[in-house]
Write a protein that binds this ligand. Sequence first.
Ligand SMILES: [Zn+2]
Length: 263
Amino acid sequence: MSDLATYLPRSLQEGMDWLIGRTSRKDKKTPPLSEEPRPYLDPQYSKAKVIDLDIREIVRLPTGFEYNEWIGSTTLSFFNNINILYSVLVNDYCNNESCPSMSAPNNVQYTWQDEKGKKAKCTAPQYIEYAMSYAERQFKDENVFPTKYGQVFPADFQSIIQRINRYFFHLLAHIYHSHFLHLLQFELHCHLNSIFCHYVHFLQEFDMLDPKDTYVLEDLIEVLQLNNKESQPSEPLGETSDSDKERGNINSIDSKAGATPEQ
Ligand SMILES: [Zn+2]
């Protein structure tokens, strides 16, 4: 870590100092929003990507593809890509000690509820394990993701996909908030940015999430100029059919920026 600090620019060094202090501090107090370092907004890093394609084009529903099949297979590919990226962080950087809560920008902390609606306080790696396990179960369930000829997608397929994608967004928000500097160490921030740009275009194209789900990274979305919606969605999903209970599964204090995190 000290070697890294010798070549980090001042703003990044401050961010790293904050990160080290934050993860070792025991009182878990969250700094005021104005002091929260967001190195991922620095143009030097936010502009770094590994692909330079018209992503908005490649997320569109291709001719001949069935709608559910397309959003399902695209979500599965995000699952794989985000998993690979997170595998760099889990254990060494994202563990129960370093990340005692599922934190995101704007002092947000997500809490988990199981499928019966029972809340459980958990660390970030636990939350991510629950979320990714839920997603994986859906992908493997023939009743949700049919693979045989003649099978149909379930009536609640879109709400399941939306729920999975909300989890993915939480995971990306946690990575940006707590582990951006770690990925920068490995020069993987460009991969993170590429996945995020692709992902946001996908979410927008299919109206997958509400603004209240994505506002935690709204400043990054602005910096990356991802808000320029040029066309109507391929096929609007309409109102989310998540039940209140399901929506409660996915967040807790995210409706109030700056709210005191749960302890
Ligand atoms: Zn973490």
